[in-house]
Design a protein around this ligand. Structure first.
Ligand SMILES: Nc1ncnc2c1ncn2[C@@H]1O[C@H](COP(=O)(O)OP(=O)(O)OP(=O)(O)O)[C@@H](O)[C@H]1O
Ligand SMILES: [Mg+2]
Length: 257
């Protein structure tokens, strides 16, 4: 396997008495997609929040571009090029696509002594980026976010991460609230940005969303990594079993508990 771009090594994290992660290691190769799967409460979001600088691990190391890094805050992670797209996205409903695209980093131009928002540039850039990653349903960046579908919202966040130079994009359940058609589109966007060299980690509950795009599949169960598979080597029934009970022993052995 190629040298990983981003690595979590032996990460443990406790919340009070709950051991949310137990010596978990994952490695994301450059230009590839890693899917993180597992049941509710398995520790998926906790792991990616550690990679996004939201949580600090109790022990373990993060390596990025061959260096050990400290991700003390989301800003620090972002500065390195690790962008996270959350399920609830943090887009501003009442603002346009273009405004959301540049939120917090708006380009300005000078008009005499004052600096004003360069709306023309914002529109131009947002529109061309959305087109570039294949989002043809949005022809104008003037549209307000509240008028968009879930898939289109995800697309904006993905395009924005690309524009701002992300090297790693992390998506927490990007397809969970989408229709089948919309989810498929978002998976296509993920595939497209990965083909352009971006590396992605995404979480999903839906295994049919994993197989078409993931180069690596990691299964978490009660805070432990219980499986890791390279594309094409994953037997769906094995993965399902790992998700549900953390092992691949036959489910119906006498007695149960
Ligand atoms: N900030 C927190 N404080 C206390 N406990 C937390 C916190 N965040 C997560 N947990 C707990 O840690 C465990 C792992 O949660 P996490 O959100 O990582 O799971 P998940 O795999 O993302 O689940 P889901 O699929 O439901 O989103 C859960 O038991 C959860 O209740
Ligand atoms: Mg989660």
């Amino acid at each position: 396997m190629a040298t990983p771009l981003l690595e979590a090594r032996d990460i443990s994290k406790r919340f009070g008495r709950l051991q949310a992660l137990h010596h978990v290691s994952i490695a994301l190769p450059r230009g590839q997609t890693l899917a993180l799967v597992g049941d509710n409460g398995a520790g998926k979001s906790t792991l990616i929040k550690i990679l996004a600088g939201v949580h600090q691990p109790d022990s373990g190391e993060i390596w990025f571009e061959h260096r050990r890094v400290h991700l003390g805050s989301p800003t620090q992670a972002r500065r390195l090029g690790i962008e996270t797209v959350y399920q609830d996205l943090a887009l501003v409903e009442s603002m346009s696509i273009a405004r959301n695209f540049f939120l917090g980093a708006e380009p300005a131009r000078r008009v005499g002594p004052v600096s004003v928002l360069d709306t023309a540039k914002m529109h131009r850039t947002a529109e061309s980026y959305l087109r570039e990653i294949g989002i043809t349903s949005l022809t104008t960046a003037e549209k307000e976010i509240r008028l968009l579908s879930g898939g289109e919202r995800q697309a904006i966040s993905i395009a924005r991460a690309m524009y701002f130079g992300a090297k790693v994009m992390i998506l927490d359940e990007p397809t969970s609230q989408l229709s089948i058609k919309e989810a498929r589109k978002v998976l296509d966007y993920i595939r497209d940005v990965t083909a352009r060299g971006l590396s992605t980690i995404f979480i999903t509950h839906n295994l049919s969303h994993v197989y078409p795009v993931a180069d690596v599949i990691v299964v978490l169960y009660h805070g432990r990594k219980v499986g890791e598979f390279l594309k094409g080597t994953a037997d769906p029934s094995v993965i399902e079993s790992l998700i549900v009970k953390g092992d691949t022993e036959p489910a119906d052995r006498a007695g149960g508990n």
